[in-house]
Design a protein around this ligand. Structure first.
Ligand code: GDD
Ligand code: MG
Length: 196
């Protein structure tokens, strides 16, 4: 008998993404088995990128409407790294280049995958691929803004890395993937590293 046995799966909701309830048997460390019921929001992978200009020490971020943040007493707009859901058989790198075009109006140069993180592993199956990228101001060819037909209204922010980090400390940036990427860049220095 394996460590986890799923006995039944029920789809509770077929909304934007399915919400499923799992009934399972799980082995504890002492060998005893316990029955559990767990609900999981069935999200696929996602990707996020923090573009930085090593010559000017700046980063590109976005500000967009986020209902869950509003419901938790913040928002209604959060400052975040550009991000998107990985769909239609694309890989994370292709997805994030397209999202950068749509949301930031910017082409990306060297792209580096620095981490893969679960965004909320107790509830959501989503893994987020976190990238840094070098950008040059000459690659900013449009206003960005996202897809109005999907309700997106995205403001692009270009800030010195030090100012973005000060916003984390003032709790003006509270999105986990964005904090991780800013911290990574702060630790490694806003330099122009080679492609992997
Ligand atoms: N969250 C959510 N989005 C919806 C829904 N219906 C439509 N959408 C739209 O689906 C699009 C998703 O846009 P992407 O750019 O692909 O994703 P993202 O919102 O930037 O992705 C980020 O948020 C996700 C949660 O919504 C995260 O899962 C992901 O990691 C990332 O942080 C948005 O236009 C959003 O408005 C809904 O019920 N829920
Ligand atoms: Mg997005």
């Amino acid at each position: 008998m394996s460590e986890v046995e799923i006995e039944a799966v029920e789809t509770l909701s077929e909304g934007w993404r399915p919400l499923r309830q799992y009934r399972l048997r799980q082995m504890r460390k002492d060998g005893r088995r316990q029955s559990l019921v767990r609900e999981v929001y069935a999200m696929g992978p996602a990707a996020a990128v923090l573009p930085h200009d090593p010559h000017r020490g700046t980063v590109l971020l976005i500000r967009q409407f986020r209902l869950p943040a509003l419901l938790s007493g913040d928002g209604p707009r959060l400052v975040e790294a550009c991000a998107g859901l990985v769909e239609n058989g694309k890989d994370a790198a292709t997805t994030i280049r397209e999202e950068a075009e749509q949301e930031l109006g910017c082409g990306l140069d060297a792209l580096r995958e620095v981490m893969v993180v679960y965004s909320s592993p107790g509830v959501v199956a989503e893994k987020v691929h976190l990238f840094t990228a070098v950008y040059d101001p000459s690659r900013r060819h449009g206003p960005g803004g996202g897809l109005p037909e999907e309700g997106e209204e995205i403001e692009v922010l270009e800030l010195p890395l030090a100012e973005a980090w000060a916003m984390v400390e003032r709790r003006e940036i509270m999105d986990a993937k964005t904090v991780l990427l800013l911290q990574h860049l702060k630790l490694q220095g806003c330099t122009n590293g080679p492609d992997p």
